[in-house]
Design a protein around this ligand. Structure first.
Ligand SMILES: [Mn+2]
Length: 302
């Protein structure tokens, strides 16, 4: 079985609510590494990347707070994920806030074109679009910007990580969105990425939506990178997240989504982000996160 490399990124400079820097620890306490080992995978935990804390840094630009520090962490993550992929392993990145995906997805994009001469497919599973730019963002929080940086020119500090090639909108699919800023709605529509909102999931059912999404993300690609923001889950089952929004995926919908990803056999990299232990109840959100990773890696009911 393919080796798994766990990379912790205790980054919480990208959001307003403090505490997602403890996400990697909470996922390890939930037994993620051992449980993956029991599924039969060789597991290497590469530890945590160094990430600065806000107390020691200055947020120089209010439109993109801590952008320089975040970009530096993303560059370290790019190098680490890229090395794991080159070694034939699957990186599983534990967040940390979602801005880290500017590094992890760029690594997948770069690896796909080098190793397979193809683009990477991306499933961005999230309550939010994460497609704000410093010009459109109302908060200046960079965790709302990584998908914009992967597809377009802003914020430039993140967009230039890994340089070419860029992520392609045709093989990018947003799933579970239910909370977009007005100006972000325009950005999402203009981007030409595929979008399945919670309304589509309610109408069509999660299985149909995820099968379509996997089909789109696998068309002419080297594989699928899944960037999973825990806030896509309903706060009833995942209260410990950076930005909770009601009306999310229930327990079985979240698992079925990951099980269908596993069945595709196309997963090449996984991010699990935005777990906030300070808002959690007895580590239940990290427990759920660990279980979802196991489902994505092929843990079966029968
Ligand atoms: Mn997100």
């Amino acid at each position: 079985m393919k080796p798994i490399h766990i990379i912790g990124v205790p980054l919480d400079l990208g959001g307003n609510r403090r505490g997602v820097d403890m996400g990697p620890s909470a996922l390890r306490i939930a037994g993620l590494g051992e449980r993956l080992g029991r599924l039969g995978f060789p597991v290497l935990d590469k530890g945590d990347l160094p990430a600065p804390i806000p107390e020691t840094r200055e947020r120089s630009d209010e439109r993109k707070k801590f952008i320089g520090d975040i970009a530096h962490v993303c560059e370290l993550l790019y190098d680490s994920s890229r090395a794991s992929l080159a070694a034939g392993a699957m990186p599983i990145v534990l967040g940390g806030d979602h801005s880290l995906a500017a590094g992890s997805v760029a690594a997948s994009t770069s690896w796909a074109v080098t190793a397979k001469e193809l683009p990477i497919g991306l499933l961005w599973i999230d309550a939010h679009g994460d497609m704000n730019t410093p010009a459109t963002s109302l908060s200046g929080n960079v965790h709302g910007m990584p998908l914009a940086a992967l597809l377009g020119p802003e914020p430039s500090e993140l967009a230039r990580i890994g340089a070419s090639p860029r992520l392609q909108p045709a093989q990018t699919v947003l799933i579970g969105v239910r909370n977009l800023d007005e100006r972000e709605k325009v950005a999402v529509r203009d981007s030409r990425v595929h979008v399945f909102t919670m309304k589509e999931i309610d109408r069509q059912g999660i299985a149909s939506v995820v099968e379509q999404a996997v089909g789109l993300a696998s068309q002419g690609t080297a594989g699928i990178h899944v960037s999973f923001d825990m806030d896509v889950c309903d706060p009833d089952i995942a209260p410990g997240v950076g930005t909770p929004v009601k009306g999310g995926l229930d327990y079985r919908e979240a698992h079925l989504m990951m099980e269908i990803v596993a069945d595709s056999g196309l997963l090449t990299a996984l991010d699990l982000v935005e777990i906030n232990p300070t808002l959690d109840v007895r580590n239940m959100t990290a427990q759920l996160g660990a279980e979802l990773v196991l489902s994505a890696l092929g843990k079966k009911i029968l």
